[in-house]
Design a protein around this ligand. Structure first.
Ligand code: AP5
Length: 214
C-alpha cells in the first residue's frame, strides 16, 4: 500500500504518518524531514535549503525530486510508503509519475486532509517533536503520556521548528494554495483521491484513514 498524504501545513500529515509507521510498519517519506536533516548536517543541499525553508517558501523542484528519487531506491519502501509533503508542485507530480513508472511502483490512494486554515496557526504554534525520533507532539492536543518523556523512544529531549512562526506559516499556507492544491485534479482524474476531515480529533482522523486503507 503506497499513499500520499496531502494537506496544508499543520493539517496533520506528519502526525498521521508517524502513527502509520508505528502501527502498520509503513515507511514515512517526508521531504521536510529529509531537508531538515540536510540542514542539520550542513550538506550542500542543506545550505541551499536553509534560508528558503525558514522563510516558508518551497525548495527547488530539482533538489527535492533528487532526494526523493534516491530515497525511493532503498529497499525498505517495499513495506509500503507514505509520501508526506511531496509532491508539492505540478512539476513534482509529473516527476513522481515518472519515478514510479521507472521503478515499477504505484500509488494506491491520495488522502487529502481537509482543514480550516484559521485553526492551523494555533496547531503549528503549539507543535514540538522528539529530538531523537521526530515523533510529533502538541502543547494542548497531543502531549507525551509521561510529561517530558517521548512515548516512542523514551528520549527527554524535544525541539521546535525554525519555520513554525506566524509569518513563515502564512507564507507556507500561501505556497500550498498557489502551488500544491492545484495538483489535486491530477490525482482526481486517476480516481484515487480520498478526502478526510482533518479538523476531527487526531484519533478520529486516524480511524478515517484506517477505514480507507482497510
Ligand atoms: P514540511 O516539513 O513538509 O512541513 P509542512 O507541509 O508545512 O507541514 P507540517 O509539517 O507543518 O504539517 P503537518 O501536516 O505534518 O502537521 P503535523 O502532523 O505536524 O515542509 C517544511 C518546508 O520544507 C517547506 O515549507 C519547504 O520549504 C520545504 N519542503 C518540504 N517538502 C518540499 C517539497 N516537496 N518541495 C519543496 N519544498 C519542500 O501537525 C501539526 C500540529 O498539530 C502537531 O503539533 C499535531 O500534534 C497537531 N495536530 C495534528 N492533527 C491534529 C488534529 N486532528 N487535531 C488537533 N491537533 C492536531
Amino acid at each position: 500500500m503506497n499513499i500520499i498524504l496531502l494537506g496544508p501545513p499543520g493539517a496533520g500529515k506528519g502526525t498521521q504518518a508517524s502513527r502509520l509507521v508505528e502501527e502498520r510498519k509503513m515507511v514515512q517519506l517526508s521531504t521536510g524531514d529529509m531537508l531538515r536533516a540536510a540542514v542539520a548536517a550542513g550538506t550542500e543541499i542543506g545550505l541551499q535549503a536553509k534560508r528558503v525553508m525558514e522563510a516558508g517558501e518551497l525548495v527547488s523542484d530539482a533538489i527535492v525530486d533528487g532526494i526523493l528519487s534516491e530515497r525511493l531506491d532503498q529497499e525498505d519502501i517495499a513495506r509500503g510508503f507514505i509520501l508526506d509533503g511531496y509532491p508539492r508542485t505540478a512539476v513534482q507530480a509529473a516527476s513522481l509519475d515518472r519515478m514510479l513508472a521507472e521503478k515499477g511502483l504505484h500509488l494506491d490512494h491520495v488522502i487529502e486532509l481537509a482543514v480550516d486554515e484559521d485553526a492551523l496557526v494555533d496547531r503549528i504554534s503549539g507543535r514540538f517533536s522528539c529530538a531523537v525520533c521526530n515523533t510529533p507532539y502538541h502543547d494542548r492536543y497531543q502531549l507525551p503520556k509521561v510529561e517530558g518523556v517521548c512515548d516512542v523512544c523514551g528520549s527527554t529531549e524535544f525541539k521546535r521548528r525554525a519555520d513554525d512562526n506566524e509569518e513563515a506559516v502564512r507564507t507556507r499556507m500561501a505556497e500550498y494554495r498557489a502551488k500544491t492544491a492545484p495538483i489535486l485534479p491530477h490525482y482526481e482524474a486517476q480516481g484515487i483521491v480520498r478526502r478526510v476531515d482533518g479538523m476531527a480529533p487526531i484519533g478520529a482522523v486516524g480511524q478515517a484513514i484506517d477505514d480507507i486503507l482497510g
